[in-house]
Design a protein around this ligand. Structure first.
Ligand code: COA
Ligand code: AMP
Length: 637
């Protein structure tokens, strides 16, 4: 029998008592003066007045409790043929040593540190070292281009940037240092120092005055026995800023606090993921995304479990058996990844034949999130792995699942296509565009009644008004998720689409608005639109339509190549922008709004209703003809 209904009821009848109880799992330096202070912040603050340190709870307390020899971080890198294991004791040395180095470079409580790293354990050490000092980290995904990094540097204004000489993607080595130097060149807020991890695959010159060699500095600190204590911070102080795509090119700096974040993540480890301290948990994501923050770094370590830092892909490093090998080699009990990773495996090894080559006896549960899990992928994974496959629904803004199926409390029956039911803390409603509740089973805007639970973001960095206008203003009293979906008569949530211009490519959240800004900056482009076209592997892929300036006289395919290159140079490879089609005109409403939704339907080969306010319906035929000429109608397989 699942304990979910009783647990959700317990939260509903006493939300503050529920989180106060969960908070007992955290070691506080001083307790909260108010577990929930409704008069603080935009909608209240959790664990107000408490002091704590997230690094202390992730590292030191396990060592003090006698678990210094327990494994904490497992680095598995098929791209460099490396496996390294760090115990909690070793983790403390590395983190404390790096914190000492950072402090020596002037980093104090409240200062920002940008981390631009590949999937190496030092990325996790860097996050924890910041937390140890009470400094605020901002991790930037390695697939972003210098311009995007520069935007984040300017907004966060870091004192120090921690990076590496290179990242390694299958078939190519990415020299990070020139990208970093270019980003700093482009930015106004220059950091005082850059701490660079030299990797043997491709070393870099550390000739600038601001450059510091990571290993040299940290090893010297460790050898000299230099470390740092955990600096007490307020539970409501920021732990990190994580930039995520919004509706414009300017990314949103989601702020996460210390106290509520720890309480929520610790609760999920046991109750949602069903993992015990000492077991091995693996989130096959990247530290640059929220899943990486919560479940490569903080969640497992708060819980005293081991985490896997995997520098590889589901396929091609070296084959579609990579995930099974990692599970076997490290005794992984739960794997968390995006459905796209499973679609990639299924494409290469449709029969799942490679699974039989590995001993998966430790493995209990597969968790999927980051994008809609299509039923075919879930069914394939269930059948091949013969284990529960749990879809759960996430957003960067919240830091943990808003809906799911808590295996620790006993899973309830799965409905294919649904990421489960609301988690304690989330009072989820579906409203129509006027803000009225819709009947069960009806599509609408998914919102969450305020207050958000612990770990929910209190604001956007440097943008408190945007926080209100983007999330709180549309449905007063509710947090607008920007997801459209359904809650059915049994309380299951179904997420169907975004209501804004965000698209989801291989589990990565991308703004089509940001891509349009880049395309529109090309001198030959008059106007453009980018939509997310259905893709069998990545879920969606960006598709660009462009209109050239009168008299531009450009060859369309040449221009397309330039636009593809431009988006890659300005946003980064992660945008996966590979296709742009010239059209004569864009379809618009009479008030001039581009009908992106209709274009997307045409591209996906779906039927559409003629928009009532369309300016000139003939344009839709022109779009169909242009896409059809390129064989771009219907899902790409
Ligand atoms: N640094 C630099 N470049 C990166 C990068 C990084 N950390 N991560 C990805 N890229 C590059 C890729 O090499 C690719 O470049 P290309 O256009 O030259 O091939 C591009 O960015 C797009 O990457 P991606 O969309 O991830 O496609 P892919 O073909 O490399 O891999 C999958 C496809 C499905 C295997 C991959 O997306 C994956 O493993 N996804 C797992 C899910 C996941 O991590 N989700 C995140 C949220 S949970
Ligand atoms: P991110 O902030 O990058 O985690 O992306 C959040 C968005 O990804 C959500 O708003 C959803 O649109 C989508 N998403 C995440 N998890 C799921 C899921 N399990 N099912 C459907 N969509 C999801």
């Amino acid at each position: 029998m699942s304990q979910y209904p009783a647990t959700y009821d317990a939260w509903q009848s006493d939300p503050i008592g529920f989180w106060e109880d969960a908070g007992k799992e955290i070691d506080w330096f001083a307790p909260a003066t108010s577990v929930f202070n409704k008069d603080s912040g935009a909608y209240g603050r959790w664990f107000d007045g408490a002091t704590c340190n997230t690094c202390y709870n992730c590292v030191d307390r396990h060592v003090e409790e006698g678990h210094g020899d327990r494994q904490a971080v497992i680095y598995d890198s098929p791209v460099t043929d490396t496996v390294e294991r760090y115990t909690y004791g070793e983790l403390k040395d590395h983190v404390s040593g790096l914190a000492h180095v950072l402090r020596g470079l002037g980093v104090e409580k409240g200062d920002r540190v940008v981390i631009y790293m590949p999937m190496v354990p030092q990325a996790v050490f860097a996050m924890l070292a910041c937390a140890r000092l009470g400094a605020v980290h901002s991790v930037v995904f390695g697939g972003f281009a210098p311009q995007e990094l520069a935007t984040r540097i300017d907004d966060a204004a870091p004192k120090v940037i921690i990076s590496a000489s290179c990242g390694i993607e299958p078939g190519r080595v990415i020299a990070y240092k020139p990208l970093l130097d270019e980003a700093i060149e482009l930015s106004t807020n220059k950091p005082d120092h850059c701490v660079i991890l030299q990797r043997d695959t491709l070393r870099c010159d550390l000739t600038l005055d601001r450059d510091v060699d990571y290993d040299q500095a940290v090893n010297a600190a460790i050898l000299a026995g230099e470390g740092t204590e955990c600096v007490p911070v307020l539970a409501t102080d920021p732990l990190y800023i994580l930039y995520t795509s919004g509706t414009t090119g300017q990314p949103k700096g989601v702020v996460r606090d210390n106290g509520g974040h720890m309480v929520a993540l610790k609760w999920t480890m046991e109750n949602h993921y069903g993992v015990k301290p000492g077991e091995v948990f693996w989130a096959a994501s990247d530290v640059g995304w929220v899943v990486g923050h919560s479940y490569i770094c903080y969640g497992p370590l708060l819980h005293g479990a081991a985490t896997v830092v995997y520098e590889g892909k589901p396929v091609g490093t070296p084959d579609a058996g990579a995930f099974w090998r990692v599970i076997q080699d490290h005794g992984v009990v739960a794997l968390f990844t995006a459905p796209t990773a499973f679609r990639a495996i299924k494409k290469v090894d449709p029969k799942g034949a490679l699974i039989a080559d590995y001993d998966l006896s430790s493995f209990r549960t597969l968790f999927l999130a980051g994008e809609r899990s299509d039923p075919a992928t879930i069914e394939w994974a269930q059948a091949k792995l013969d284990r529960p496959v749990i879809d759960h629904w996430w957003q960067t803004e919240l830091g943990w699942a808003m809906s799911g199926n808590p295996v620790g409390l006993g899973a309830f029956p799965i409905k294919l296509g649904s990421p489960g039911k609301p988690m304690p803390g989330y009072d989820i409603h579906v409203l129509d565009d006027e803000g009225h509740p819709v009947p069960a089973g009806t599509l609408g805007n998914i919102v969450c009644k305020l207050p958000l639970p612990p770990s929910g973001f209190p604001t956007l960095w440097n943008a408190p008004e945007r926080f209100i206008s983007s999330y709180m203003a549309e449905y007063p009293g509710y947090y607008a998720t920007s997801d459209a979906g359904i809650v059915d008569e049994d309380g299951y949530v179904f997420i169907m689409a975004r209501t804004d211009d965000i698209i989801n490519v291989a589990g990565h959240r991308l703004s089509t608005g940001a891509m349009e800004e880049v395309i529109a900056s090309h001198p030959d482009i008059a106007e453009c639109a980018v939509v997310g076209k259905g893709d069998a592997l990545k879920g969606q892929m960006p598709l660009g339509l462009f209109v050239t300036n009168d008299g531009a006289g450009r060859d369309a395919s040449e221009l397309e190549l330039e636009l593809v290159k431009l988006v890659r140079a300005k946003i980064g490879a992660v945008a996966a922008f590979k296709c742009a089609v010239e059209v004569k005109r864009l379809p618009k409403t009479r008030s001039g709004k581009v009908l992106r939704g209709t274009v997307q339907k045409i591209a996906d080969g779906q039927s559409y209703k003629m928009p009532a306010a369309i300016d000139d319906p003939v344009i839709l035929d022109e779009i169909s003809a242009a896409l059809s000429a390129r064989d771009l109608i219907g899902q790409v397989t």
